[in-house]
Design a protein around this ligand. Structure first.
Ligand SMILES: [Zn+2]
Length: 374
């Protein structure tokens, strides 16, 4: 029996070599990803349950369902659509331009949830590594300045607990109730006293990472880069802050940067230092630079996407200027074709035909592009 299997395998390999299939990286990848399924099929067929028959799986590939066919087009997936990167600052008792009350913040989360938005990390966003369910829309949550109301520890019955009215407390509570709204958010902090309880700083930073949150760079002194002309200063303001934080969270790279005041150096020749540089022998490299913004970002697969100038939406209710998150959610409700809608399969980028032109095919990586409709 074993000899026959070996013979069949070898014959198959030879056949594949002859047709040039095995030299194709795509089919090699497909082979890898389909392995578990193939093995199940073999087991079901009662043939063999050892690994020697793996090559048979290649043959059976042709009978496998094309994963594209499993995409539900009635959900109108559009992975070239826009994504909101929400910019929060504070949660506090009195609603203001940069403050949400705990009640309003909870309402924001509930509204996002009900309208089908699900948080993803900033890194997954810029890497186009988007894994939310079919028909859902990713959203990126960001919190600037690292005020105490973002992450506050209080004492209750002699025990230290996360303040249920601080951002972290509210997010955790919401996640308990809605586990499919994951703890993904980036806290952009500046200076040496993020979250304003210095004795708890190390604990807090590590706590955030353990929970799945990220820590981002907001410069050493909340620096206004439009006033900086010396490249060494730019590197100090970013590099020193990254180094300070990284010392407290060994192994973690602080590699995202939200511009304080949304300001860039006046001289464009200095822009590269926002991305990478070195200060006192320690280097930094940012994968994302975020603006202070007022509109949703284009999809990371869009030709126009610039990870070093990411647009953000103000997480406020201001109907005054018309660019708050509720204004944009209303725009997406009215024009659902503008919104990023996931196909549910992270290996496939599904885009309606009329947006095909927007797709930067160089950014696809291992993912397959699936164009549908007319
Ligand atoms: Zn700020």
């Amino acid at each position: 029996m074993k000899k026959t299997i070996k013979f069949v395998s070898i014959a198959l390999i030879l056949l594949l070599l002859a047709t040039g299939c095995s030299g194709n990286t795509n089919s090699a990848n497909a082979d890898e990803t389909q392995k578990p399924e193939d093995q199940t099929q073999q087991n079901n067929a009662g043939k063999v349950d050892n690994e020697e028959n793996q090559q048979e799986g290649v043959k059976e590939e042709s009978t496998d369902v094309d994963p594209k066919e499993e995409i539900d087009l009635s959900l109108k997936p559009n992975e070239a659509g826009q994504i909101m990167v929400l910019m929060y600052h504070n949660v506090g008792e009195e609603e203001a331009e940069w403050v949400r009350t705990p009640e309003n913040f909870k309402k924001d989360l509930k509204t996002l949830y009900e309208k089908g938005y699900r948080p993803i990390s900033l890194a997954d966003f810029v890497n186009n590594n988007i894994n939310v369910g079919a028909g859902l829309t990713p959203v990126v949550l960001t919190f600037d300045d690292g005020n105490q109301n973002n992450f506050n520890i209080i004492e209750k019955d002699g025990e230290k607990i996360v303040d249920p009215n601080s951002v972290v407390g509210i997010l955790e509570e919401f996640n308990k109730e809605y586990p499919d709204f994951p703890l993904k958010a980036t806290f952009f902090v500046f200076g040496e006293n993020p979250f304003r309880q210095p004795e708890l700083l190390e604990y807090k930073l590590n706590y955030l990472l353990e929970k799945g949150f990220d820590i981002g760079n907001h410069t050493l002194g909340h620096n206004d880069m439009s006033k900086v002309t010396d490249p060494n200063k730019i590197q100090e303001f970013i590099g020193k802050q990254a180094a300070f934080l990284e010392k407290l969270v060994p192994g973690y790279k602080v590699n995202t940067y939200a511009l304080s005041y949304g300001a860039r150096p006046k001289d464009k020749a200095l822009y590269p230092y926002l991305q990478k540089g070195e200060f006192e022998g320690k280097s930094y490299e940012n994968i994302a630079v975020l603006n202070v913004g007022w509109d949703p970002s284009v999809s990371p697969i869009d030709k126009a996407f610039d990870p070093y100038a990411i647009h953000r939406v103000r997480a406020s209710e201001t109907k005054v200027d018309g660019v708050g998150m509720y204004d944009w959610m209303a725009v997406f409700d009215k024009n659902p074709e503008r919104r990023f809608i996931s196909d549910g399969n992270p290996d496939i980028v599904t885009v309606p035909k009329n947006l095909e032109e927007k797709v930067d095919k160089d950014k696809l990586g291992d993912r397959e592009l699936y164009i549908y409709g007319e």
